[in-house]
Design a protein around this ligand. Structure first.
Ligand code: SAM
Length: 193
């Protein structure tokens, strides 16, 4: 069966993240992806979860408490500054960006091309070999098209010797359906990159 967009995003991460690793949820929103990552990495792993909105941080905190998750750092800041919070001597094992706005909330608070590209770039420079950054791209809302184009422009110029870049989506769906972009590092990082 062809997997739906969110299931496929999780399926990709499941295949590349192991128990005990350190991972990132760049847009925690209601906490669904944070909870998923928390279970994947287990007690010995750690999730760094970011959001700029009070409501998102509160919703994710509630979800973490309800599910007894103690392996998550919940960070009320923009994902552009991700590496300020991530251990300097560790590699990122995987990351998810669920882009756009918080469902059932303020639709004017959206992810933007510059900060998204800057965060993806920072994470790719710290990503382990075979690690994946998965982006769920919603582009039907105001500002969504610009973000989609900015991201594609950035990802298209990544060196194919270093990264595989995948696009997955349903091309016969109406109304700007979301799609996935996933970037996998193919070779080991050069230290201090
Ligand atoms: C589609 S929602 C995320 C859904 C979430 N992953 C979940 O499982 O419920 C997008 C989120 O990105 C957040 N956001 C927007 N700009 C951001 C930024 N610069 N840094 C971190 N989060 C941001 C929004 O506040 C919103 O909560």
């Amino acid at each position: 069966m062809l997997k739906g967009i969110l299931n496929y995003a999780h399926y990709l991460l499941e295949g590349s993240i192991h128990s005990g690793e350190k991972v990132i949820d760049a847009t925690c929103g209601n906490g669904n992806d944070t909870l998923f990552l928390s279970k994947l990495v287990g007690e010995k792993g750690h999730v760094y979860a970011f959001d700029i909105q009070d409501q998102a941080i509160a919703n994710t905190r509630k979800a973490l408490i309800n599910n007894n998750c103690s392996n998550v750092s919940l960070i009320h800041d923009s994902h552009e500054r991700i590496l300020d919070y991530f251990p300097k001597d560790k590699e990122v094992a995987g990351a998810i960006f669920n882009l756009g706005y918080l469902p059932r909330s303020d639709k004017s608070v959206i992810t933007t091309p510059d900060s998204t590209v800057s965060a993806v770039n920072a994470i790719l420079n710290r990503l382990k070999k075979d690690g994946l950054v998965v982006l769920v791209v919603y582009h039907g809302h105001e500002g969504g098209k610009e973000e989609k184009e900015g991201l594609l422009k950035y990802l298209l110029q990544l060196d194919q010797k270093q990264f595989n870049v995948l696009r997955y989506g349903f091309i016969n769906q109406k109304n700007d359906p979301p799609f996935i972009l996933a970037v996998q590092r193919k070779v080991a990082r050069i230290e201090n990159q």
